[in-house]
Design a protein around this ligand. Structure first.
Ligand SMILES: [Zn+2]
Length: 199
């Protein structure tokens, strides 16, 4: 992906965070910190996006369409590749793929009162898709932290991103790191916490 476009995304969101911890993730807030020219540049390179109106059922349909176009081995390769290269944007595709594969096709199904605004099947809240949806903060976390996602909106974005990134193949070093990770997990104590595992 284009390095300058990624830099524009990271800098815009970081500046918004520095300016307001409570509002930075709102479109109207972070868009104050980017020029139209830079936004168009990042958009052209598939790193930043306009907002979109997508309802619950459309989100499910698009996830289904996106996941059928992806080969499992390719997302496995992407995850492995992220281990040695630290190209963190490749890390979350595997988990998004697994969640999408196990997602039951459904229409919005209100939960029992007083939670009618939450889908009983996928837990998406109506407030998440009533307003136009923005994807730039999701992409920010992909590049910055390699975050894995659990909301269907994030998963949709992730899976629609996958075909836009160059295809990657893991190297021997990735296999070695994976084996080491497995050994650490298998030899950890039952009471060990995630933070200990991470170290
Ligand atoms: Zn649902």
């Amino acid at each position: 992906m284009d390095k300058k476009a990624i830099k524009i995304l990271l800098k815009t969101i970081k500046t918004a965070q520095d300016e307001s911890l409570s509002d930075w993730f709102y479109w109207d807030h972070y868009m104050q910190y980017i020029t139209r020219e830079n936004f168009e540049y990042a958009k052209k390179h598939g790193v930043m996006y306009e907002q979109e109106n997508i309802n619950h059922d459309e989100i499910c349909r698009r996830i289904e369409a996106a996941v059928t176009k992806i080969e499992k081995q390719d997302v496995v390769n992407a995850f492995l590749y992220s281990l040695s290269t630290r190209q963190l944007e490749y890390r979350s595709f595997l988990s998004s793929y697994c969640i999408a594969k196990s997602l039951a096709e459904h229409s919005f199904t209100p939960s029992p009162a007083p939670n009618e605004g939450i889908c009983a099947v996928c837990e998406l809240h109506t407030y998440e898709f009533e307003e136009p949806i923005e994807f730039n903060t999701i992409n920010y976390f992909k590049y910055k932290d390699g975050s894995c996602f659990d909301s269907l909106i994030q998963i949709l974005f992730d899976l629609e991103q996958f075909p836009k990134l160059p295809v990657v193949k893991p190297c021997e070093n990735d296999d070695k790191i994976l084996k080491e990770l497995k050994t650490i997990i298998e030899t950890s104590e039952p009471g060990d916490r995630v933070s200990q595992l991470k170290k």
